[in-house]
Design a binder for this molecule. Structure first.
Ligand SMILES: CCCCCCCCCCCCCCCCCC(=O)SCCNC(=O)CCNC(=O)[C@H](O)C(C)(C)COP(=O)(O)OP(=O)(O)OC[C@H]1O[C@@H](n2cnc3c(N)ncnc32)[C@H](O)[C@@H]1OP(=O)(O)O
Ligand SMILES: NC(=O)C1=CN([C@@H]2O[C@H](COP(=O)(O)OP(=O)(O)OC[C@H]3O[C@@H](n4cnc5c(N)ncnc54)[C@H](OP(=O)(O)O)[C@@H]3O)[C@@H](O)[C@H]2O)C=CC1
Length: 515
């Protein structure tokens, strides 16, 4: 039987979301580990004044592609950008491109989605559900299609505590919802969204659940696989450890904590933090593509791609390792020394938000105003609180996923493929991974130079000294106010001072005697 790389040799692959975080890693891995792949067709839209061609060529210049570039400097010739806006009818693909794709595509990876937690329902539905439906329609016309892999999320069914590798009945019939929202005014949709999404926390998880059902409904004769990653984090090993390029999920939280901005967050210390490295997800996705095409399972397989049941690590441990990593490798120009704590207690968290977030932000903004600058800290904290409020649902509880299909898939691979497309998370050393993750946020998200670390450490020492001085002044000030107002405070003060004085006199006398 063909190995994974042998299977992809000579194949034309269609990828949606190829410019996104996971899409880029998928493109890179395919080019590097399956060098005989024929062509990668990326559905891309123009964005922010850049043409799709420009976007794809910029993407290929990214450091992520350094290893591929070394192996094959002409790798860009295998990438074919196809103009497409997934929210438009027919995915806005030109008739010529449709014809070309129908004639040659062998395998589809559908990664595109809106992953925003605050996306208006109509838009999330359009992109996550309707675009999936339209892509499946296109896939049905492809004459040589062997597999269609849909990327979902392990949290599509986060309203359940135990999540099996099955497609659950949808919260609502997607077709009916689409018809309903079509004529509704955006304001009304916004008002009824909480009722519609019910016990799910956001429109993202809700529409991803509907998309899975659509995939099942529209499957027809296609060979389909669904991959459900949990919280996708920086790369573990490939193409190099710690690669990450965005603020999504925990990355933004780590950065905010490393910069000393985030000091408190609601999370359960003992809950499993189901992070999964992006390279693990991509290796499993490519293996799932191979398995779906070669073995053609009778029913579509769902792969829960998670770590919690196999190699669990908890939020409390993450907090500890993130903090110690940022103390060893500090970020540049930290606002305060990194010292974030998580707590599941609402009141304790509110207290620290007030004391450690709002109060310093107010003070700093006052300082900026007094020095003729524009205040900004309160605005930053408001945005941070908004992001954190949306994430806390996932950090305050845990879930149990069945990941039998992940094990089954691993057992189907040759020993060589198990190494090249490694998704065995039992080997993951969490402290080392978190260290590389934090360094990755510094190097690749914030574009900070590692050679500036001594200066960053020096800056932390300065912040520590400022803190000590500030605390001392504060204690002296409070005590001074007390003494001025309370006889009892004055008595205690005189008692302590005379005690110190007596002790000093005794010490001086005894040292004179011994001399
Ligand atoms: C050390 C302590 C230990 C901590 C332990 C606890 C950690 C808990 C972490 C739990 C993570 C759980 C994730 C669950 C994921 C579910 C899995 C998935 O399927 S799906 C995948 C998961 N999907 C997601 O993660 C999507 C979540 N994100 C969103 O939905 C939106 O970005 C938004 C609503 C948060 C903000 O919207 P909006 O106000 O319109 O603004 P913009 O979007 O334009 O961004 C504004 C600014 O905020 C920045 N920033 C962004 N994100 C974060 C962050 N997480 N944080 C901080 N900052 C963040 C952003 O860079 C920007 O800065 P700047 O460039 O202006 O300077
Ligand atoms: N990141 C995570 O933690 C997790 C992600 N997932 C799933 O993995 C998949 C990929 O996520 P991730 O890479 O993180 O997401 P990103 O937001 O990084 O990427 C999304 C991709 O979708 C494309 N896209 C969005 N809207 C459109 C549109 N209207 N037309 C064409 N393309 C569009 C984006 O293109 P453009 O560059 O033009 O914006 C981008 O390439 C998603 O399906 C997500 O649900 C699942 C679990 C966790």
């Amino acid at each position: 039987m063909a190995s994974i790389a042998e299977y992809y040799a000579g194949k034309n692959v269609l990828i949606t979301g190829g410019t996104g975080f996971m899409g880029k890693v998928l493109v890179e891995k395919l080019l590097r580990s399956c060098p005989e792949v024929k062509a990668l067709f990326l559905l891309v839209r123009p964005k922010a004044g850049q043409s799709m061609q420009q976007r794809v060529s910029d993407m290929m210049k990214c450091k992520l592609f350094d290893r591929v570039r070394e192996d094959n400097p002409d790798f860009h010739q295998k990438i074919v950008a196809v103009s497409s806006e997934l929210t438009q009818p027919g995915l806005a693909i030109s008739p010529e491109d449709v014809e070309r794709l129908n004639a040659c595509v062998n395998i589809v990876f559908h990664c595109a989605a809106t992953i925003r937690f605050d996306e208006p329902l109509k838009h999330a539905l359009q992109l996550n559900v309707l675009a999936t439906q339209q892509l499946l329609g296109l896939a049905h016309q492809m004459q040589h299609l062997e597999a269609f892999i849909h990327i979902s999320t392990a949290y599509a069914n986060c309203n359940r505590k135990y999540i099996d590798e099955v497609i659950y009945p949808p919260p609502v019939e997607p077709k009916k919802l689409i018809e309903l929202l079509e004529w509704m005014d955006d304001g009304i949709v916004r008002d009824i969204t909480p009722r519609l999404i019910g016990d799910r926390p956001n429109t993202y998880t809700y529409t991803k659940a509907l998309a899975e059902y659509v995939v099942q409904q529209e499957q027809g004769k296609l060979n389909i696989g669904i991959v459900r990653p949990s919280i996708v984090g920086a790369s573990w090993q490939e193409p190099f450890p710690g690669w990450i390029d965005n603020f999504n999920g925990p990355s933004g939280v780590f950065i905010a904590a490393g910069k000393g901005i985030l000091r408190t967050m609601r999370a359960n210390n003992d809950a499993v933090a189901d992070l999964i490295p992006v390279d693990v997800v991509i290796n499993l996705t490519l293996a799932a593509g191979w398995h779906t095409a070669v073995h053609r399972p009778k029913t579509s397989l769902v792969y829960n791609c998670t770590t919690g049941g196999i190699n669990p690590f908890r939020w409390g441990e993450i907090e500890h390792h993130v903090m110690s990593s940022f103390k060893r490798n500090p970020l540049d120009q930290a606002f305060r020394r990194p010292n974030a704590n998580i707590t599941s207690n609402y009141l304790i968290n509110q207290y620290w938000v007030l004391v450690s977030h709002k109060f310093p932000a107010l003070l700093y903004d006052l300082f900026l105003r007094l020095t003729g600058q524009k205040p900004q800290m309160m605005r930053i904290f408001n945005r941070l609180h908004k992001a954190i409020n949306l994430l806390e649902y996932f950090s305050r509880q845990d879930w149990e996923w069945n990941s039998e299909n992940m094990n089954m898939l691993m057992n189907q691979l040759t020993p060589e493929d198990r190494k090249t497309f490694n998704f065995d998370v039992r080997q993951l050393n969490w402290p080392e991974y978190i260290e590389n993750y934090c360094i990755g946020t510094k190097k690749y998200v914030l574009n900070e130079d590692m050679s500036d670390i001594p200066a960053a450490r020096q800056h932390l020492r300065k912040l520590r000294n400022i803190r000590y001085t500030f605390n001392t002044l504060l204690v002296v000030f409070i005590w001074r106010v007390f003494i001025a107002r309370s006889q009892m405070a004055r008595n205690i003060w005189y008692f302590v001072v005379s005690l110190c004085f007596k002790f000093l006199s005794y010490f001086r006398a005894s040292s004179t005697l011994t001399n």
